[in-house]
Write a protein that binds this ligand. Structure first.
Ligand code: DGY
Length: 307
């Protein structure tokens, strides 16, 4: 029996590419062949799937997304066309939360700058002690978004003997920490503001100039969610004016981040959207992408379909 024809439009790990090739007739954007034969699509959360892509694939029945953020996937259009969508939640929660903690410490203790200080031989040449950082343990931690990832960030933070409060649209029953009613209130209370909400029209620029002002000159912003959640121009202004102490970012309004005022600043730690980028997590995500498609073609429910 011939294998289902699946098109991949994203940059994917080699292990996923190999599994897709062994299970399906895998096509790429460079050699899509007869597009009317394509019934499955693979993309990533970063690449997304837009309406123009769907329009070119009249026979599409299922898509399998590598990642959890659905902000670039036109779910409404897919649903209108009866296309089933699978994605890879949960398997990346631990690594995203781990990296949020890493960013917190990196920014507070100036780890990238200290590393540069040693490598550039400035320590050896001057014999000086590197600049003081800020203590993390015992501080006030605010988490915006107490979903799958926010809850694990909170769990990790408990080990730092901190106070934790959160902001989310509704009370989270599984969470014993105090919920505050506005993001502004949370920012005014905390020393570290973690962003763990989904990217969407509702959360766009949720962290604006007012929230940053409330966070204040001792406050740090940590974003492992989506760049769209933060008004980047307001953030740059706040960092330039030292209206906040620092920012540690894995995500940006436009990715990849090109040279920008952000890259000129010393009170930032900037990562290239790598929160789920570990061998273990990317393998688990890859397995889920393949399993979702296999289940679809076997007439079964996918492992995870976005709400
Ligand atoms: C996701 O899955 O949404 C991540 O941000 C991409 O790794």
């Amino acid at each position: 029996m011939s294998k289902p024809v699946v098109l991949n439009i994203a940059k994917i790990p080699a292990v996923l590419q190999q599994s897709l090739e062994s299970e399906f007739e895998l096509r790429t954007l460079h050699s899509p062949g007869d597009t009317s034969e394509i019934s499955g699509l693979v993309s990533s959360a970063i690449r997304g799937v837009d309406l123009a892509t769907l329009d070119q694939l009249p026979g599409l029945k299922a898509m399998s997304i590598f990642g959890v953020g659905m902000d670039k996937v036109d779910l409404a259009a897919a649903r209108r066309r009866g296309i089933r969508v699978g994605y890879t939640p949960d398997v990346l929660n631990d690594c995203v939360a781990d990296l949020a903690i890493g960013l917190m410490i990196a920014a507070s203790r100036k780890i990238p700058q200290a590393d540069g200080y040693v490598r550039s031989h400035r320590w050896a040449e001057t014999g000086n002690v590197f600049d003081l950082g800020d203590r993390v343990s015992g501080k006030r931690m605010g988490i915006a978004g107490m979903g799958r990832i926010g809850r694990i960030i909170a769990k990790r933070l408990v080990g730092f003997d901190v106070e934790i409060r959160y902001f989310s649209r509704s009370e989270v029953r599984e969470c014993s920490h105090e919920r505050v009613s506005t993001l502004q209130e949370l920012a005014a209370w905390c020393d570290y503001l973690f962003i763990a909400v989904s990217g969407s029209a509702q959360t766009r620029h949720m962290v604006d100039a007012g929230v940053l002002e409330a966070l204040g000159p001792q406050g740090y912003l940590i974003n492992v969610a989506r760049g769209s959640v933060v008004d980047e121009q307001a953030l740059i202004a706040a960092l330039e004016n030292e209206a906040i102490r620092g920012a540690a970012l894995d995500v940006y309004e436009v990715e990849p981040l090109k040279s920008s005022r952000l890259t000129e600043l010393r009170n930032t730690v900037l990562l290239p959207h790598v929160s789920s980028a570990t061998n273990e997590t990317r393998t688990a995500m890859s397995n889920m992408v393949v399993e979702n498609l296999k289940r679809f073609y076997a007439g079964e429910r996918m492992l995870a379909e976005p709400a």
